[in-house]
Design a protein around this ligand. Structure first.
Ligand code: ZN
Length: 469
């Protein structure tokens, strides 16, 4: 094989929007096709035509079902992609939930009376894709299980490794002419509460790796668990509400699992817990189907009869009326609601009720992107503007509640563990491409890899072709 090349079309200069193309003379493989998120121009950027012709791609490999890795797959199909999409079965199932939910959100935005013109795509619609594109996408979508090898062409095969990031997350090792090119997608923060550890990469010639936390470390597991227990206990003792904005995928399941353990071990008092996240509930059902992907400790808990996502006093709410009734349940109580960065969803209604109460706590358990309400709240303001309704109206609320933050439940590897991951393959690796991080985090990691491991690490340029020969 000749002319093996890689080009980075997204996920460089930002955490989100992953989209890479690996190609030789005869085959073109895209890895991930995600949404750009969290920047002011994200909507406009996402609506742009692809900087390559989607009809020339043979394959699209999806590492995992986060929107910054799958959000534009149906747009790629709409714009002409006719090849095959591959992922693990878990990722296919989760992607169906995530992309259908995103389409619903786009439809709600379209119906909104005071639609802001800047939300419109060049063809005058807020839709990146419609139901037809979505159905077509899943008709092209095939699955490969973990640790299976698949021959794609006479020259190229792929091996699926466990990334340990969220359920179904994969790292792909492509073999072309005895060269091994590994895409990590997002590599997990192992040991994770539910999932197995990230598989070790030991024979990569070229490594394309994530770097969200390329410049810092998380609090250690023991410290993280103790902090969570303390915040829950203190809020319950104060007689307040503990409100946790949570991402539907992985974080919601981890919180349910941790609460289940704390309650069963009698480390916290049993109080009403509300899961007020319809998408989170659907995702939890998928997690229950794939318990084989959980780590040995969780597997043995399940074998011993523990229903790991369920405990006494857990209430799962469905309709909006039920959601509003939660406020009338006397304190102390715990509410888990989407979205994880308070950028929409049912958590907003709860924030209006909870933030003015000095006995209550808002607990942020995930990354809060710049420009989101979550990030504003993280900075502990005296008051905050909470969106109400669909017409960009807001309600001013006093922030008297405690605001707490735990980063240790992140599903991304931190600096030391990213370096350790590359350290496993220093004997074979010829070049490491550091992507999917803010520029400061990616360039810090590049420097660290060069200094600590003496590897050729680079922070690639968007759109530039890199030869792998
Ligand atoms: Zn991810």
């Amino acid at each position: 094989m000749s002319n093996l090349q890689i080009t980075f079309f997204g996920g460089v200069g930002s955490v989100t929007g992953a989209n890479f193309i690996l190609q030789n003379n005869s085959t073109k493989i895209a890895v991930d096709c995600g949404l750009l998120q969290g920047t002011a121009d994200a909507d406009a950027e996402n609506a742009k035509t692809f900087p390559y012709d989607p009809s020339t791609l043979d394959f699209l490999f999806i590492t995992h079902a986060h929107m910054d890795h799958i959000g534009k797959v149906a747009k790629l199909v709409k714009d002409g992609f006719k090849g095959l999409v591959y992922s693990t079965p878990e990722t296919k199932e989760l992607s169906q939930l995530m992309l259908s939910d995103a389409l619903q959100v786009m439809q709600i935005r379209e119906q909104s009376e005071h639609l802001c013109v800047s939300n419109l795509t060049p063809n005058g619609s807020t839709f990146l894709y419609d139901q037809f594109d979505l159905s077509k996408t899943f008709s092209l979508w095939q699955t490969i299980p973990y640790h299976a090898e698949k021959k794609l062409t006479d020259e190229i095969s792929v091996f699926v490794m466990d990334a340990g990031h969220i359920l179904g997350s994969a790292m792909y090792k492509f073999t072309c002419n005895n060269k091994k090119i590994v895409f990590t997608g997002d590599s997990g923060n192992s040991p994770a509460p539910l999932l197995r550890d990230t598989d070790k990469i030991t024979d990569a010639d070229y490594l394309i790796m994530d770097s969200v936390y390329g410049d810092r470390n998380h609090e250690p597991k023991d410290e993280r668990d103790e902090k969570f227990r303390r915040i829950v206990t203190e809020t319950i003792s104060a007689g307040g509400t503990l409100l946790i904005p949570a991402f539907s995928l992985e974080r919601t399941q981890v919180i349910l699992y941790e609460l289940n353990n704390l309650i069963e071990d009698k480390k916290i008092p049993s109080v009403p817990v509300f899961l007020d996240a319809p998408l989170g509930e659907k995702v939890t059902e998928v997690y229950k189907k794939y318990t084989k992907d959980f780590n040995a400790e969780v597997q043995s808990e399940i074998k011993s009869g523990d229903d790991i996502f369920n405990f006494p006093k857990l209430n799962i709410t469905h309709g909006h009326t039920d959601s509003m009734k939660i406020a009338h349940t006397p304190n102390p109580k715990i509410i888990i609601a989407g979205s994880g960065m308070s950028s929409g969803g049912r958590v907003l209604g709860h924030e209006i009720n909870v933030l003015p109460d000095p006995k209550s706590t808002l607990l942020l358990m995930g990354y809060q992107a710049l420009g989101t309400l979550g990030r504003t709240l993280q900075n502990k303001p005296k008051s905050a503007e909470i969106p109400v309704g669909r017409n960009s109206e807001t309600q001013t609320v006093r922030v008297n509640a405690r605001i707490e933050m735990i980063s240790g439940y992140s599903s991304h590897k931190d600096l030391d563990h990213l370096v350790e991951m590359v350290g496993d393959t220093t004997e074979t690796v010829k070049k490491v491409f550091v992507v999917m991080g803010e520029p400061s985090a990616s360039t810090f990691l590049v420097q660290r890899l060069r200094e600590f491991l003496d590897v050729d690490a680079v922070y690639p340029e968007r759109g530039k072709v890199y030869e792998l020969n």
